[in-house]
Design a protein. Structure first.
Length: 349
């Protein structure tokens, strides 16, 4: 439960706090939460502006930029990168604003593949005239040097600034590498998508396990594991969902896996598991409605009953949440139990 001003007012009305104490406590909460990412207007502006700038140098870069030539792209990336590093130092050192500093530092990381692309293009690496924008849409092992540059720059900046957002370009780059390296390892120029789906699935499993490890060892005030969870679960879920489920039993297994994601998210208090689990479950139910029971008159009524049963299950969960969560957590290793209790206490404080 998040503390808000209305709760403090109720505490004052009930004689638990004086008005002066409530006001000072509220100022303390605001100051404490200023540097914690949340869905507040200031933070929305930070991330929206950062996405625009990062998108301009990645997904939204059109072929018109090729007119600058290889050396031109390299110099532009270099100048932007130096300016970004200076701005990051200014935001951290002078203004003490870690959230916008993390966004600017991430912007510097995404400039690394552009700089390498410009440099290699200047030396005639891309004889086919491959546009830079393909780096973010096409799979090609020749992007490896650009991916390696992104990884190195990301790790160096993460070591220098210790900003959690910098883990995002690192883990995304690792995802790119895992998919791009398959053709080189198999010696094939055109690896079947089935193989890449499996690579994505197992990469997601490994990254998610890594996120648990990071989560258990990181400080409560800095969530270094969040982006690892997000990319890991997304990679696993996409690989799982894109696989060809050719019979009813396999589709049912897919549904059960998504239900397990929802349960796991409830146990470890990570919404990303719940979000993707719900998406998968809804996708399976949609498949039943439009394919399996397309002409059935009973299915909509049965689905309505199931929907209300889920609502009732939510009511039961709310009433007995602590007992149920305690039982489920009791099935986990002792170290994991202590970690979840410690993080829960940190979030309440």
């Amino acid at each position: 439960m998040n503390l808000n001003r209305a709760m403090l007012k109720d505490a004052v009305d009930n004689g638990l706090l004086s008005s002066d104490q409530a006001e000072k406590l509220w100022e303390f909460v605001l100051q404490r939460g200023r540097d914690t990412p949340s869905f507040r207007f200031t933070h929305v502006l930070y991330y929206f502006g950062g996405l625009i700038a990062i998108g301009a140098m990645t997904l939204f870069m059109n072929v018109g930029w090729e007119a600058f030539g290889g050396w031109g792209l390299f110099v532009i990336a270099l100048v932007y990168g130096v300016a970004g590093l200076w701005f990051t130092e200014y935001l951290l050192g002078r203004l003490r604003l870690p959230i916008p500093a993390g966004i600017v530092a991430t912007f510097v990381v995404v400039l690394a593949p552009l700089a390498v692309y410009g440099l290699t293009a200047a030396f005639g690496w891309w004889e086919e005239g491959r546009p830079y924008q393909d780096y973010f849409t096409d799979i090609d092992w020749r992007w490896g040097l650009m991916e390696l540059a992104s990884l190195v720059v990301g790790l160096v900046l993460l070591w220098r600034y210790r900003l959690p957002l910098l883990t995002l370009p690192i883990v995304v780059t690792l995802w790119y590498i895992s998919i791009d390296i398959v053709p080189a390892l198999l010696g094939q120029g055109d690896t079947p998508w089935k193989v890449r789906e499996q690579v994505s699935l197992w990469f997601g499993v490994l990254v998610t396990l890594g996120a648990f490890w990071i989560d258990m060892r990181s400080r409560p005030d800095k969530d270094y594991a969040f982006w690892f969870y997000l990319v890991g679960v997304a990679a696993f879920w996409l690989g799982l969902s894109l696989m060809h489920w050719d019979d009813e039993l396999a589709n049912a297994v897919y549904f059960v896996i998504n239900l397990l994601l929802i349960i796991l998210g409830s146990i470890v208090s990570r919404r990303v598991f719940v979000v993707f689990g719900v998406l998968g479950a809804v996708g399976y139910i949609s498949y039943l409605a439009y394919d399996v029971f397309r002409d059935s008159m009973v299915f909509p009524f049965a689905l309505t009953v199931i929907g209300f049963a889920v609502i009732y299950l939510g009511i039961v969960w709310q009433r007995r949440e602590q007992a149920i969560a305690g039982y489920l957590r009791g099935l986990l290793p002792h170290a994991m139990q202590k970690f979840l209790d410690r993080r829960g206490d940190a979030r309440k404080s």
